[in-house]
Design a protein around this ligand. Structure first.
Ligand code: SF4
Length: 329
């Protein structure tokens, strides 16, 4: 493998593993801290516009013990582990946390918050066929903005939000390109590498991430695609962790040619639309998002989505990665 490709693969692995280091670097570079973003969706652009680092919080590997006092064993594994980390103070280096309430389990989690960071709780409306849903979400985002300004002691200008929206849109666009290019090079972009590229976008500014992904794509394109002698799959679900799961995919020669994971491609599926009011634009992103168990569509677009992805990428199968006790999925 070319040295430059290896350099990028190692970089994304390091970034995906070390959110703490990224927060420290951001503090040194900007003098500003970080704001946590709990699953699954949040108007991260508001944090970016404030100059703070949005950091995705999706848990990790941990033995559950303290969390048993707050949640029954049949709460999903993500919330169990988030609770355990919270009780150990793992999120106390954050200045605030954004929490949406897309499912009952996360709704309960918001009420049990015991971290030091200021909790900013909001709701994404589910009946998106009503205009009132959009109006409601703009009002929710106004509150999120006000609470962020108070918690961080900053003013977030409309101009800064528009600018951050463009940075985020560029990152989503380049990630969609990456997903397509990665599908052509399964020998280089194995399931672990692909996951690291997606996961690392939760831990550094989207501006830096875009720059790194562009570099990686350029290096990949210098290689000649080779025929794949394994199977091709599409992944769906909330997320594909722990790493041991991805190692099985790798050892079984499964190439991930596309995904519909909440932690990965659902985040980059659509762009934030154009407009003059930045909060309306951010609400428009939620309005346009489809094919997610946490964003209702009475037409149930999922089946067609899998069919289209499988056809487009020549996939042999769709693998449903069920998070234990996840009701929405
Ligand atoms: S895994 Fe499912 S139940 Fe758990 S927080 Fe995510 S959406 Fe909610």
């Amino acid at each position: 493998m070319e040295d430059n490709l290896k350099k990028y693969i190692d970089l994304f692995e390091k970034l995906a593993k070390s959110p703490k280091e990224s927060i420290e670097t951001h503090k040194k570079e900007t003098g500003k801290g970080a704001v946590g973003v709990f699953p699954v969706y949040a108007p991260e652009e508001l944090i970016d516009a404030a100059g703070y680092l949005p950091v995705g919080i999706w848990g990790g590997q941990k033995v559950i013990s303290k969390a048993r006092a707050l949640f029954p064993p049949f709460a999903c594994s993500i919330v169990q582990v988030l609770t355990e980390f919270m009780l150990e103070g793992a999120y106390d280096n954050l200045d605030a946390v954004l929490m949406s309430m897309p499912c009952d389990t996360l709704k309960c989690f918001t009420q049990k918050w015991k971290g030091k960071a200021a909790p900013i709780i909001f709701v994404h409306p589910q009946n998106k066929t009503l205009d009132a849903a959009n109006v409601f979400l703009v009002e929710e985002y106004k509150l999120v903005k006000e609470k962020l300004e108070k918690a961080l002691n900053v003013e977030i200008s409309n101009e800064a939000i528009h600018k951050s929206i463009e940075v985020y849109n560029e990152n989503r666009q380049i990630m969609r390109v990456f997903a397509d290019v990665a599908a052509l090079y399964p020998q280089v972009v194995d399931p672990i590498v692909r996951h690291n590229v997606f996961k690392s976008r939760w831990f550094i500014t989207k501006k830096k991430h875009t720059e790194y992904v562009k570099g990686f794509i350029e290096e990949l394109k210098k290689e000649k695609p080779a025929p794949w002698d394994g199977k091709k799959v599409v992944l769906t679900g909330i997320m594909t962790e722990p790493k041991a799961l991805l190692e099985i995919f790798k050892s079984e020669k499964l190439a991930v040619v596309a995904d519909d994971l909440a932690q990965e491609s659902r985040q980059i599926r659509v762009d934030t639309p154009a407009g003059s009011d930045p909060l309306h634009r951010l609400a428009g992103w939620w309005y346009n998002l489809d094919g997610c168990s946490l964003s209702m569509n009475a037409e149930k677009a999922k089946g067609k989505l899998f069919e289209d992805l499988a056809k487009k990428y020549g996939a042999d199968a769709v693998i449903v990665c069920m998070m234990k006790f996840c009701d929405p999925e």
